[in-house]
Design a protein around this ligand. Structure first.
Ligand code: ZN
Length: 156
């Protein structure tokens, strides 16, 4: 075996690149969410990315999630892929996915092979480029903040 786990082949790398560009050009779930119950915005001054994640919780379930903002292809595609992955899940599942994506983007090989991350795994290579790391994690950080702020608001 010449392949290392977590390190994509050239062919897979090309597929990943296409997937990232596809999400960048046709972002899923982009635009304001009218029924938002919580939102969080984060900027990445290193790259100029700005992402605001808006969520609508129904009880413990993330009923809907959208994002607004602008930035590089990595930040936008990460946000787009994220919304598709987390919509409809319980808050606990969403937090698990956030942790898993964070681990993958830090270079965790096991996380990079985790099926639950779906298309998001196209961004695993970002771990090799520390300057782009924040671009990929931005939307996920914003999602976590929105989730937590909702939890705080709901308890008050
Ligand atoms: Zn960026």
């Amino acid at each position: 075996m010449s392949e290392h786990p977590g390190v994509p082949t050239a062919r897979l790398e090309a597929l990943y690149q296409e997937l990232i560009l596809d999400h960048y050009r046709r972002p899923r779930n982009k635009g304001a969410l009218e029924a938002a119950t919580a939102r969080a915005a984060i900027k990445n001054p290193l790259c100029g990315d700005e992402i605001e994640v808006q969520i609508a919780m129904e009880g413990d379930r993330l009923a809907d999630v959208r994002f607004v903002g602008r930035g590089c292809s990595i930040s936008q595609s990460s946000a787009s892929m994220m919304t598709e992955l987390v919509r409809g899940r319980s808050a606990a599942e969403v937090e698990e996915l956030i942790a898993c994506a964070g681990a993958m983007l830090r270079g965790d090989a096991a996380a990079a092979l985790d099926d639950r991350l779906g298309e998001m795994r196209a961004l695993a290579g970002v771990a090799r480029f520390p300057t782009r790391h924040r671009c990929a994690t931005l939307a996920w950080e914003a999602l976590l903040r929105a989730l937590r702020s909702h939890a705080v608001g709901a308890g008050a």
